[in-house]
Design a protein around this ligand. Structure first.
Ligand SMILES: O=C(O)CCC(=O)C(=O)O
Ligand SMILES: [Fe+2]
Length: 337
């Protein structure tokens, strides 16, 4: 089977025989000019999607189209073209984007084929679309994607943002996290835990209490300090809510949520006790891998690790994305490819 659908996620491997043609098509692109993702994301979305449509085998395009119609909690693609070893892993969190055209074309092209829109937040990552998830010595012990010495426990990203269906793109909790793997020789997985699995282990009255707007949430360490416009905290919000498609969404970061009533505090403690015992599924995003998951339906985590030598350490490229939401908060009809 080319694509494996599991109750949790979908895994698709680009067939070996297609790999050389895909690497050729994406390795020598023309028509991008001097565009970079942050100056012209549209160019990468359009150009990447066009190249991928022309070179991916029909069964791979079909697998992407069916995930787009009916998204499972996550989608993993493997065996995609890799960035060569010539570009070192950034040591300070940022890199020259003109050196990583191939990762950007794969990443943005796949987002477009999946019907997802990249989004960046002005108070995070210098407002850039691509976050280099790579170890940074000064951030070693922080709870950020640049840390590595301490566990990054089960969480959803940007839980302090707006969860409702009418949130504007720049204030909405990111619907999706997408990653392209440049290298991961340390073999450090990204843990995935569907919210439904947590709900199944929770007492119904706990879930009910988590749905009440009786919580305060604060911003993670990765938010820039002292920026007036940043949503540093939000109060009277629920931790669980119903998404437009009827599924249950979650916002949660360890140490970032607080119950405003005794009942809310007890429900949060019960939730955290259940969470502490959950294993989830490890997904290895390796070189030439792409992974996307719903940040409201799936929690994620990363174990501590020892980075490989400077310039050769684990390097994932992350981009937040929004799904199609039409006016009125209902999911837009998903257009044909
Ligand atoms: O390093 C990872 O696998 C995930 C890091 C993380 O939590 C994130 O990028 O939001
Ligand atoms: Fe995260």
């Amino acid at each position: 089977m080319h694509s494996i659908n599991e109750p949790t996620g979908t895994t698709v491997r680009l067939p070996d025989e297609a790999r050389a043609a895909v690497a050729d098509a994406l390795g020598s692109p023309s028509g991008l000019g001097a565009a970079l993702p942050d100056t012209d994301a549209g160019a990468y979305l359009a150009h990447g999607a066009k190249l991928l449509r022309n070179c991916l085998p029909p069964q791979t395009l079909d697998a992407l189209a069916s995930w787009r119609r009916e998204p499972t909690p996550w989608l993993t693609l493997t065996n995609l073209p890799e960035q060569g070893s010539d570009v070192p892993t950034p040591q300070d969190g940022f890199c020259d984007e003109s050196l990583v055209t191939l990762p950007n074309l794969v990443h943005f092209g796949l987002l477009r084929l999946l019907g997802l829109t990249p989004v960046a937040y002005r108070w995070e990552n210098d407002g850039r679309l691509i976050r280099n998830v790579a170890p940074r010595a000064e951030a070693a012990r922080t709870n950020t994607s640049w840390g590595y010495a301490r566990p990054l426990d089960w969480h959803t990203d940007d839980s302090v943002l707006e969860h409702g269906p009418h949130a504007t793109a720049t204030e909405a909790i990111p619907h999706y996290l997408s990653f392209y793997g440049v290298r991961n020789t340390e073999g450090v997985p990204t843990g995935q835990l569907p919210v439904d699995a947590v709900l199944a282990a929770l007492a119904p009255e706990t879930a009910e209490a988590l749905r009440r707007p009786e919580f305060a949430v604060s911003a993670p360490e990765s938010y820039r300090a002292g920026d007036d416009g940043r949503p540093a905290a939000r109060t009277a919000v629920p931790l669980l809510w119903t998404l437009p498609d009827g599924r249950t969404g979650l916002r949660y970061g360890p140490g970032l949520a607080r119950g405003l009533t005794a009942e809310a505090g007890a429900a949060l403690a019960a939730f955290e006790a259940v969470l502490a015992g959950m294993d989830g599924a490890p997904v290895l995003i390796g070189a030439g891998g792409f992974h996307v998951f719903d940040n409201r339906r799936v929690m994620h985590r990363r174990v501590p690790f020892t980075p490989a030598a400077a310039g050769r350490a684990r390097w994932l490229r992350r981009c937040y994305a929004l799904g199609p939401v039409a006016a009125g908060g209902r999911p837009a009809p998903r257009p044909a490819r």
